[in-house]
Design a protein around this ligand. Sequence first.
Ligand code: DAH
Length: 356
Amino acid sequence: MDDNLAALREQAAAAIDAASNVDALKDVYTSLFGQRGRLTHLLRAIGQRPAAERRERGAELNRIKEEIAQAITQRHTVLEAAAWDAEIAERIDVTLPPRPSPSGLIHPISRTIAEIEAIFGALGFSVAEGPEIEDDWRNFGALNIPEHHPARQDMDTFYLPGRRDGRRRVLRTHTSPGQIRTMTSRPPPYRVIVPGRTYRADHDATHSPMFHQVEGLAVDRAITLGHLKGCLIDFLRAFFDKPLLPVRFRASYFPFTEPSMEVDIGWNRQTGEIGAESDWLEILGSGMVHPRVLANCGVDPREWQGFAFGMGIERVTMLKHGITDLRPFFESDLRWLRHYGFSPLRPPILHEGLGG
Ligand code: DAH
């Protein structure tokens, strides 16, 4: 090999090594293989050589050409992979803190439902949902509220025209039909909560015609009033993030439970402070599922028993966050939502406490 070729080989190898990106490598390629490239020039010049040299010269040049082409291909693969790595690293910097979200917050109602689901989830309950358009058997009859019972008027029911399976259609006035749907869909035991929208013809600063409740149902062979009290005390203390929250059970009446109890928590009427010991505030209704309700759903009350409860979502949300007016919950005023909304990046996590 003459000195010229040896030098070309060395210089080409050095230039390929030095190319720090794909574009630079392309320039090296062009300087060798392009129209006016050094290798192209040498290959063309073979024809001017004496016939006896051409063959050997040609073979030698071709060998160098192959060698250089291979080196370029290899370098290209390396540079391309590096470029990909750089691009990916640029897009996903896992060390960056999450950006504050410019828009999109969780509505306080959704937040409360998520917290309730987290707490009862930890107590072994699952979440069920039912339709907002119910029939009067599931909303009233099966719950032991007879045809002319005042509760049917008390609840200011919205009736819909027409019937379904011969039953009147209603916008559910409470989530309690969730109990009926659960118990008629599968055999016991049950541990469910049913959050959702409910409707009553009622509208002022503390009542909205559409509002939210959560129903709870636990039925097994030996569920007692003790379980009811334990679950609800644990729930209220976790929800309000007050381990010593005073809780009181007060005898009451609901057609679908026997005995029935209203549940109160300690607070201060003047300051609104939750957990104070000066006053009591009614927070939810509960009781042992009435044997007739079990029987209505085909669950044998001699074998199964349990408790149920129902709670207003808006009310506990207002108490927890010091919100005094119910109306802005449903007015979609962005200023209110920005003030009371929750970051979607911080879902409720029980062991961190739900103080908010
Ligand atoms: N359904 C009742 C209401 O809307 C609340 C309620 C009370 C539900 C007692 C229950 C219960 O499951 O046991 O006022």
